[in-house]
Design a protein around this ligand. Structure first.
Ligand code: GLA
Length: 758
């Protein structure tokens, strides 16, 4: 039928062109053109309707992904966007487009096979057992099951008509949050192994006049640098080939705005992300019809996968949400989804902490730590986090050249072990947490000496180091046991250990596993091995808070975050930098996940640094004993203030009010679900003369009918606020006119709290 449609549209176009050339009488010409357009308008959709054997919609609260099966049993995406009131009208959508011909009938394939009719970027590429490279996938059946209230799972089975090869596409949809997780599963019953050369999780298809990509790049201390460009024809690929710490140069999160770049409150925008902590690949291809094909999943780089008959190859999920109300709405949907369904303990609480990394680095002993435990209590935070440098004896971890892999307490620094520190912490009235980097090894370590075969390195080539270290081969089950035991031993010896910071500083060079029979499986098996370990840890220790760190934000993705309660966005804690960075992270990850520490980085005053860190999960990495009396008083009060508003920041709705890239003041608002109360953080991000709040900042997310009192909080001792806390304003006023936080060079950061007055 596609072919008939195609010839019909060609015929119509040729006829119209001919008509335009030959008829000179304008009225006759118009009448004839009108008649032909009308007839073809009726005929084409009618034929399309006849051709359909099934329409498969995935509907969420506001959106619909509509797939269709034609008479040829091709499964295509006919529509993705806002849900129609009448589902019966989805089948009329294709008839409303007059785009160029599709020579294959597959441009909008729901999972594009290669080697048969396809001419564009495939979602899957294979070599069959008999050496043939062609694949065709036809619809066989589909079913929908209810996973839980508001969550359903659609699965669609596709099969090659020639080869005994099939793919099941899965769409897990979260109704209220408008989120879909999509993945695929591949299997075959051929007479030998099949090699998968590409195996995307998802293949999407968008239609718009233009597409605007917001993507991110970075490096150490420069994570989440945004770039926004119009997507041109050809293929734009976002990917990573780093193996571990895979977001060092680029994360898989991205946005596509339709027709024009979406703003915070306006525009249609899709957010996408691959739930995978290894190499990923997202292809964005504008096809000859000017539609956008998105093909996302694990990176197939150096990874042809040999699949035995009867085995399942299951991809990780590609996650997406869509909003026609701008970036703010899309991000709030993702935040709710993450807290409700994905994050470890997403609806739970978090611990504030004092970390010793920047105050001691590797140089500490029991006396110094005892002091830090007392400082933790003095500060008023919940936990002390002991960072790198506590382990290694034959090769003590006194700098980053030695010790990784030898997870025994260093007898010189900690003669009484971790358990005595935990007891001491308890006596001081605080909890105790610890840093580990369990996937790594220094060549200067007993582990390396004992198990050189556990290390990822090329047997015939020189070793090449990243931060003087190598990565352990987590594809090897014995290494998985070793890594699991690092955590398990810590908890067995010290059951009261309350927190883990899990670091991962190195990328994979010289990818080679002495355990793997097939080196092409290595990159995938590494991540599967990592997830195996994390699953085992979570099965045994379901509630312990764990921070996901990777030399900063080198591993921030929802594949990993299902095991972690929070992540470390960057080693760059300069508060000015963090305002920009946290802003970008906040599109994709809720504030409860963002570990923000107050450190000595940057030139901003202490209050500014604390305010910036409060916009997520607050922590400190400063020398408390060096604070002046006034600074100490401020920080102690700030922790109490934070405790009084943290629930709103962690579980509330976030609204970005004033963008630091376009304004000299950045403003971000968090409000509780009932719209009764909230906090607004405001910062001066431009130090040039006379910059600041000239105009009020319009609030968002309030109840227009409620009256609110606005007061300034988290003031530095001795300062008075120009904000009159006695006045009340309607939500209507605060959202239409706004409120002036009066940020200027004398008030570089201002935190406001609003509360319903009645
Ligand atoms: C990484 C982390 C830091 C710190 C050091 C310790 O760089 O990002 O926070 O833990 O390792 O070596």
């Amino acid at each position: 039928m596609k072919v008939i449609n195609f010839f019909l549209s060609l015929f119509r176009q040729a006829f119209l062109d001919n008509l335009k050339m030959n008829i000179t009488n304008k009225t006759t010409k118009r009448l004839l053109i009108g008649l032909i357009m009308m007839l073809s308008g009726i005929l084409l959709p009618a034929i399309t309707v006849l051709a359909q054997t099934a329409t498969i919609p995935v509907e969420t609260a506001n959106n619909a992904l509509v797939m269709q099966v034609n008479a040829n049993k091709d499964l295509s995406i006919e529509y993705f966007g806002l849900k129609l009131a009448n589902a019966g009208e989805y089948s009329q959508i294709p008839g409303t487009y007059r785009q160029a011909a599709d020579y294959t009938g597959l441009y909008n394939s729901a999972y594009t096979p290669s080697g048969s009719r396809n001419l564009l970027e495939p979602a899957i590429t294979v070599t069959h057992a008999d050496g043939n490279n062609s694949l065709d996938l036809r619809y066989v059946s589909h079913k929908v099951s209810e996973v839980s209230d508001g969550v359903s799972l659609l699965s669609i089975l596709l099969r090659d008509p020639v080869y005994n090869f099939e793919v099941t596409l899965y769409y897990k949809s979260y109704f209220k949050e408008d989120v879909i997780e999509q993945w695929s599963s591949v299997r075959h019953h051929e007479k030998g192994n099949v090699i998968l050369y590409k195996y995307a999780s998802a293949n999407l298809y968008l239609k718009a006049d233009s597409y605007w990509l917001r993507q991110y790049h970075g490096d150490w201390a420069k994570e989440m640098q945004p770039e926004e460009t119009r997507v041109t024809h050809g293929i734009k690929t976002l990917d990573s080939k780093l193996g571990t710490r895979t977001n060092l140069f680029q994360p898989s999160v991205f946005m596509i705005s339709l027709d024009k770049p979406a703003t915070e409150d306006e525009g249609s925008v899709l957010y996408g992300s691959v739930e995978w902590s290894g190499n990923f690949r997202v292809d964005l291809e504008t096809d000859p019809q000017d539609n956008l094909r998105i093909i996302a999943g694990m990176n197939n780089y150096a990874s042809p996968y040999t699949l035995k008959p009867g085995e399942d190859f299951v991809t990780p999920a590609f996650l997406y949400t869509f909003s026609d109300k701008g970036k703010g709405d899309a991000s709030r949907k993702l935040h709710s989804w993450a807290r409700n369904y994905k994050l470890a303990d997403g609806k739970g609480s978090r611990l504030t902490l004092l970390n010793n990394w920047e105050s001691t680095y590797f140089d500490f002993n029991e006396t110094k730590l005892a002091e830090l435990l007392r400082d933790t209590k003095k500060l008023g935070v919940d936990l002390f986090l002991l960072d790198d440098g506590w382990f290694g004896n034959k090769y003590p971890r006194n700098d980053d050249h030695a010790g990784l892999g030898d997870w025994q307490e260093n007898r010189q620094k900690l003669p009484n072990g971790i358990s005595s520190l935990v007891k001491e912490a308890q006596a001081a009235g605080v909890k105790f947490g610890i840093w580990i980097e369990p996937e790594m090894v220094n060549p200067k370590s007993e582990l390396y000496e004992k198990h050189p075969d556990w290390v990822i390195k090329q047997p015939k080539r020189d070793e090449y180091y990243f931060r003087n270290q190598l990565v352990l081969d987590l594809s090897n089950p014995r290494v998985q046991d070793f890594v699991f035991n690092i955590v398990d031993n810590l908890f067995t010896k010290t059951p009261d250990l309350a927190y883990i910071k899990w670091d991962c500083n190195a990328v994979i060079y010289n990818a080679y596993s002495s355990w793997q029979k097939n080196q092409s499986h290595f990159y995938i098996s590494y991540v599967e091995g990592l997830y195996n370990v994390l699953k085992r840890i979570r099965a045994k220790y379901p509630t312990v808070p764990m921070m996901l760190c990777s030399g900063g934000g080198g591993r921030v993705d929802y594949g990993a975050l299902q095991y972690f309660t929070e992540f470390w966005p960057s080693d760059n804690t300069d508060p000015l930098e963090r305002i920009f960075m946290q802003w970008e992270y906040s599109y994709f990850y809720p504030a409860i996940t963002s570990s923000n520490h107050v450190t000595d980085w940057g030139k901003q005053p202490l209050k500014f640094r604390v305010d910036a860190a409060m916009m997520g999960k607050l922590g400190f990495d400063i020398v408390v004993s060096k604070l002046s009396a006034k600074d100490l008083e401020f920080v102690q009060n700030a922790v109490k203030t934070y405790d009084s508003v943290r629930e709103i920041i962690w579980q509330g709705d976030q609204y970005r009010l004033s963008d630091p890239t376009n304004s000299s003041v950045a403003s971000i608002l968090y409000t509780d679900g009932d719209k009764k109360t909230g906090v607004v953080f405001n910062y001066l991000v431009n130090n040039r003369y006379d910059h600041g709040n000239k105009t009020p900042v319009r609030f968002r997310g309030l109840d227009p009918a409620k009256r609110y009192r606005v007061k300034e909080i988290n003031m530095y001792p001795g300062e008075t606020s120009p904000v009159n806390a006695d006045l009340t304003y309607s939500g209507d006023f605060l959202m239409k006119i706004g409120f002036n936080p009066m940020v200027n060079s004398g008030r570089t950061s201002v935190v406001l709290k609003f509360e319903a007055a009645d």
